[in-house]
Design a protein around this ligand. Structure first.
Ligand SMILES: [Zn+2]
Length: 388
């Protein structure tokens, strides 16, 4: 209910607003008609014209009357006493001190002597996340640090409160952005040499370690490719040398141009066991043929993992050598491609052209598709790239 705005009462309320009187905290709110915003009396914002003001006893009333809460004084949020704020901070310190486990809400409550629902609510209001989210973020931060310091995975996970290795492998990838093992490896000092060459698909970047090719990327801009490489191997020693491994680059360029149909180059890729399994299956797809994500899932004896296969294709670090461009969606449409759907289409058409040439099919009108029972030409109009 709106306050009965007798002139005398209104004068008192207006005075409280003018004076930013904290004694009215929680009991008085005022809305400004011209802006549609309502505030607490203590709001630091400029005072409005009195004739624009409406008074309310609660935030809820102001909202029912159509006013939106002010972003500065946040009149919709609960007023938290200093004592309660101190308890929230004590809860944070308690969480930080529990290195080997995430405290339960009840454990926290008995430590700071506060009811679970109230602690949960004001913790979120003050800190911005729930106590669990706070503890969880802290845990993964600790884990990252220990893995980067080169600690054994088993020790790092126990010491940071993950409990068991299976739990770590289920939960950690989301937070680390990759599996713990990969994360640890990204921290090891490796030397990478890369070269960039222009090609019919834009630019080609090929990066190598001492053991083999660790990345093949395609893009419109050389510097963007360099940037991606630097991010992926953030702690490696990376150096550009366009003259190194010239024969490998030439082999890949030949494949793009259709002068070569087979690539047999040494790889040094990092990935989970599942990803590597998918990448190996992709390498078995013959030139100019295609498979679906479902086919690959079946090939690796995990017929239900179609979506995960799509993700593994998208994470393929060595484009072209691992020919993820030869995988289509079940309906024959292109699916996705990390380096752009148009490049995928061009590559497939190039492969079909080359095969047609080999089969001495003369194409007077230069009009593809070439019909092939095993590999229907992808639908060039499909823009859907949700699969990878
Ligand atoms: Zn305000």
């Amino acid at each position: 209910m709106q306050l009965q705005q007798t002139p005398v009462l209104e004068d008192t309320l207006w005075e409280a607003v003018l004076n930013r009187n904290s004694a009215f905290e929680g009991k008085l709110f005022y809305g400004v008609r011209s802006t549609g915003i309502y505030c607490r009396p203590i709001c630091p914002s400029r005072r409005p014209n009195r004739n624009q003001v409406r008074f309310f006893q609660s935030a809820q009333e102001a909202e029912i009357a159509g006013f939106r809460p002010c972003k500065r004084c946040q009149p919709q949020s609960e007023i938290v006493s200093n004592a309660a704020k101190a308890k929230v901070l004590a809860a944070c310190r308690y969480i930080e001190a529990q290195i080997d486990h995430i405290p339960t809400l009840l454990e926290l409550c008995s430590h700071v002597r506060m009811s679970p629902s109230y602690l949960q609510r004001i913790f979120k209001q003050i800190i911005g996340v729930s106590p669990f989210q706070y503890a969880d973020a802290l845990r993964s931060q600790r884990l990252k640090q220990r893995l980067q310091e080169g600690e054994e995975i088993a020790h790092a996970l126990y010491d940071t409160g993950y409990g068991s290795s299976s739990q770590l492998y289920e939960k950690a990838p989301k937070q680390l952005g990759m599996t713990p093992k990969t994360y640890q490896q990204a921290g090891k000092a490796i030397n990478i040499v890369y070269a960039i060459a222009p090609c019919p698909l834009g630019y080609l970047l090929v990066a190598t370690t001492e053991k083999g090719i660790c990345a093949v990327k395609l893009g419109d801009k050389a510097n963007k490719l360099e940037h991606i490489l630097n991010q992926e191997f953030h702690q490696a020693q990376i150096m550009r040398d366009d003259h190194t491994h010239k024969e490998w680059i030439q082999a890949i360029l030949n494949l793009i141009a259709g002068d070569e149909t087979h690539l047999d180059l040494p790889l040094d890729v990092r990935g989970t066991a599942f990803q590597k399994q998918v990448w190996q299956a992709l390498q078995k797809i013959p030139y100019s043929e295609t498979r679906t994500y479902t086919d690959i899932a079946r090939d690796i004896a995990k017929p239900l993992a179609v979506r995960a296969v799509g993700n593994a294709c998208g994470a393929n670090p060595t484009a072209l050598i691992v020919p993820c461009h030869r995988v289509l969606r079940n309906d024959g449409s292109l699916g996705g491609y990390r380096w752009g759907i148009e490049r995928k289409q061009k590559l497939l058409i190039q492969e079909l052209k080359r095969t047609a040439r080999d089969l001495k099919i003369t194409d007077q009108n230069n009009s593809f598709p070439v019909p092939s029972p095993q590999s229907p030409l992808p639908n060039p109009f499909s823009k859907d790239d949700s699969n990878t």
